[in-house]
Design a protein around this ligand. Structure first.
Ligand SMILES: Cc1cc2nc3c(=O)[nH]c(=O)nc-3n(C[C@H](O)[C@H](O)[C@H](O)COP(=O)(O)OP(=O)(O)OC[C@H]3O[C@@H](n4cnc5c(N)ncnc54)[C@H](O)[C@@H]3O)c2cc1C
Length: 434
């Protein structure tokens, strides 16, 4: 070969070979991630997610690069696949990025249906006066939830009698203070409705449970009483801080730590029942999201403030004696991160005899922390009672007592479908349909 040609050709060939090798390595890694998720049963996306037509897919990986969550899609054998299904939150950026139109966005999978309530264009359900906004209606993402909350409120204002309520009957009860419920609450304040917003936890909904410092991708939205909000890329803390500031400045009143347990019909009004009160109202807006309510243990002492259902900040447990309850990934991850805190004493209690539902990586880390004496695992155990400074546990038939300062229960959640059905709202199960 001509030496001049070789001079130019050799580096080019090296770059091509290097790219082929890197692509191969990435695909091997993607396959390992997918297999690990399959082994741990983490195969079902929570809501809207992409399905890739492998015939149309040319393996350009535009979809994987476009995903704001990263590492959700990946190439395997030259075709895009959902390698981390449970991390998909339905941004839909993959569909827009695909040059071959090979991606459709669907709800549910063949194996696991997703329940979506039937909601009309004005956000009203089959129950007159009961409206749904936000992720519960199937449409995830902060910007969609805010926009739906705002729009639903405008329709609610048009309902006969709303704005003219008197006596003990409210115009509106808003359930949930995530992005949808918060936007609707601002709208209700702006329209001077008589209303209450009931929230079982704190302001911000799912956003308040994002990991610390999580990058939040969103889009500018119109907030009632505030105007255009121009966030596009922010952090959990900045977004929550902004909402808290708006809450304070506008004086919008939200009743926190008040969970709605039942909604019944009484003539032409609804009765909304919580453990603290019963509210009579003309209309109801359900903006309760799809994450559900954390499953409780149902044991004496569980109502103490030291018992929580999600780990937000491991550092707060430095030097404390903590019991984590559960055997899934969130329980294992919570136990591992607290065990890394100086002076923390962590016990992980699980009712079965092995962590069969958790990822291999987490099981390994628990094993390591346990071997190093940073974490104590008690299989075949059930919490019986939570006292002020101890917990009582049934360990395979034997009652044991452990000194304790904090309890984190990671025992899954109760999804909203039974609640909707009990109200009389029609729900459709979607098995991979658009
Ligand atoms: C890990 C993760 C990362 C995400 N990242 C992004 C992102 O970067 N960008 C983005 O746009 N979206 C993101 N999302 C999605 C986004 O958080 C949701 O789509 C959005 O929060 C939905 O808002 P919502 O108001 O409909 O419901 P939620 O935010 O879920 O709020 C519902 C509220 O209702 C309350 N509630 C439920 N039941 C009751 C009851 N019975 N009584 C009283 N209150 C009740 C809940 O406590 C909660 O506060 C992410 C989601 C997850 C899980």
């Amino acid at each position: 070969m001509d030496s001049k040609l070789l001079f130019y050709f050799a580096p080019l060939a090296m770059i091509v070979l290097w790219r082929i090798a890197a692509r191969k390595r990435a695909q091997t890694k993607n396959l390992a991630v997918l297999q690990e998720n399959q082994k741990a049963g983490l195969t079902e996306p929570a809501s809207l997610h992409p399905v890739i037509d492998s015939v149309k897919c040319i393996g350009c990986a535009s979809c994987a690069s476009a995903c704001p969550e990263g590492n959700v899609l990946g190439l395997i054998q030259g075709k895009a696949q959902l390698i981390n299904p449970t991390h998909c939150i339905g941004h839909g950026a993959c569909k827009e990025a695909c040059p071959m139109d090979a991606i459709s966005l669907v709800f549910g999978t063949e194996k696991r249906g997703i329940d979506i309530p039937n909601v009309r264009e004005n956000f009203e359900t089959n129950m007159p006066g009961i409206f749904i906004a936000g992720e519960l209606g199937g449409m995830g993402l902060i910007r969609n939830a805010v926009e739906q909350g705002r729009q639903a409120l405008e329709y609610i204002c048009k309902v006969d009698g709303v704005g003219k309520s008197s006596g003990d009957c409210l115009d509106l009860v808003i359930v949930g203070a995530g992005p949808a419920g918060f936007a609707a609450s601002l709208g209700a304040t702006q329209n001077k409705l008589s209303f209450v917003t009931l929230e079982q936890e704190t302001l911000g909904g799912t956003v308040s449970h994002f990991p610390r410092g999580k990058l939040v991708m969103t889009a500018p939205v119109q907030l009632p009483l505030v105007g255009k909000v121009r966030f596009t890329e922010t952090t959990k803390e900045e977004l929550l801080g902004f909402w808290q500031k708006v809450e304070k400045q506008t004086g919008v009143k939200i009743r926190y730590q008040e969970r709605v347990e039942e909604i019944t019909h009484d003539g032409d009004v609804y009765l909304v029942r919580t453990p603290k009160d019963t509210y009579r109202t003309r209309t109801v807006l359900l903006s309760i999201g799809r994450r559900g309510t954390p499953r409780k243990l149902g044991v004496p002492g569980e109502d103490q403030s030291k018992v929580v259902y999600r780990l937000i900040d491991p550092e707060q447990y430095q030097g404390r004696r903590v019991l984590v309850v559960g055997g899934g990934d969130s329980a294992l991850e919570a136990a591992i991160s607290i065990a890394e805190q100086p002076g923390a004493e962590v016990t992980l209690s699980y009712r079965s005899e092995a962590f069969s539902r958790a990822k291999e990586k987490n099981r390994r880390k628990v094993q390591q922390a346990s071997t190093e004496g940073r974490l104590k695992v008690i299989f075949k155990s059930n919490v019986k009672q939570i006292r002020e400074d101890s917990v009582q546990i049934d360990h395979d038939g034997e009652l044991i007592e452990l000194p304790n300062d904090a309890v984190i229960v990671s025992a899954g959640g109760v999804l909203p479908t039974p609640f909707l059905k009990q109200i009389g709202i029609e729900v459709e199960t979607k098995y991979g349909t658009a």
